[in-house]
Design a protein around this ligand. Structure first.
Ligand SMILES: C[S@@+](CC[C@H](N)C(=O)[O-])C[C@H]1O[C@@H](n2cnc3c(N)ncnc32)[C@H](O)[C@@H]1O
Length: 239
């Protein structure tokens, strides 16, 4: 089978998606249980708000924007909605989506897994419930919840739903870990990360030009979440 048949967008190198054993066990449940304690543990999101502002300002008024792994909708879906954009948030946690709908009534939210945005996926181009195309994408601390082998596919899925040349801002925690279980606000979640050069490579390989980068040292309010270095990349989809 060709990569086009497998992945749907003719991109070489992503032909093994069907061989990934996707395991979401516990991840959505953990975020359901965390609920709005997430916002209490991570206050003062200056880096994220700044990156969200970059996206809001880069887009034409009234643009369609995807908020990937939107969580409670705060601050990003609300920030982009308040800036006059039309926001669609996706998340796998029904509990987070309920909070997001309450927090940001002006946006729409769907229970969708990132990888199902891929071309040919249920919510991707050609899918039965296609959500795109989008003019811009925010993906803050969402890819960290995927095992590393899935991250290139997830990025390629975001590429598939973003218009050519469209801006994307994403954030990750800088860490050399893959699918590593950590205690997180009384729950266990599995997280992945990259060192910054590796992150740039993975994002670039998925078809994005990186136009800017910022890093922030961040100390969460909660004691069971260690201090972290947050990396923000500003990108554009290459055609
Ligand atoms: C660390 S939180 C970040 C929330 C928000 N983007 C923010 O920065 O405030 C990660 C979110 O991604 C969601 N998530 C995890 N895996 C996902 C997946 N495969 N597809 C979509 N959302 C996912 C979680 O349920 C959670 O709400």
């Amino acid at each position: 089978m060709s990569s086009e048949d497998d992945y749907g967008d003719g991109y070489e190198g992503y032909q093994d998606f069907d061989r990934l054993a996707l395991d979401r066990s516990g991840q959505a449940e953990a975020f359901d249980a965390i609920g709005d304690r997430y916002d209490e543990a991570f206050p003062h999101k200056e880096g994220q708000v700044k990156a969200g502002q970059w996206l809001a300002d880069t887009l034409a008024p009234g643009s369609r924007v995807l908020d990937v792994g939107c969580g409670t909708g705060l601050p990003t879906a609300r920030q982009l909605t308040d800036a006059g954009h039309r926001v669609t948030g996706i998340d796998i946690s029904p509990g987070m989506l309920k909070l997001a709908r309450d927090n940001v009534p002006g946006a729409e939210f769907h229970q969708v897994d990132i990888v199902d945005l891929r071309a040919g996926g249920r919510y991707g181009p050609g899918g039965a419930r296609e959500l795109g195309p989008f003019d811009g994408i925010a993906a803050f601390f969402a890819l960290v919840l995927l095992p590393r082998p899935e991250i290139p596919y997830a990025l390629r899925a975001l590429h598939a739903v973003l218009r050519p040349g469209g801006p994307m801002t994403l954030s990750m925690v800088e860490a050399d870990v893959d699918d590593f279980a950590i205690p997180f606000l009384g729950n266990s979640v599995r997280v992945s990360g990259y060192l910054r050069e590796d992150l740039r490579q993975v994002v670039s390989d998925a078809g994005f030009e990186i136009t800017g980068e910022e890093s922030h040292a961040y100390a969460p309010a909660s004691t069971d979440v260690p201090p972290e270095i947050q990396l923000y990349l500003h990108c554009r989809r290459r055609a």
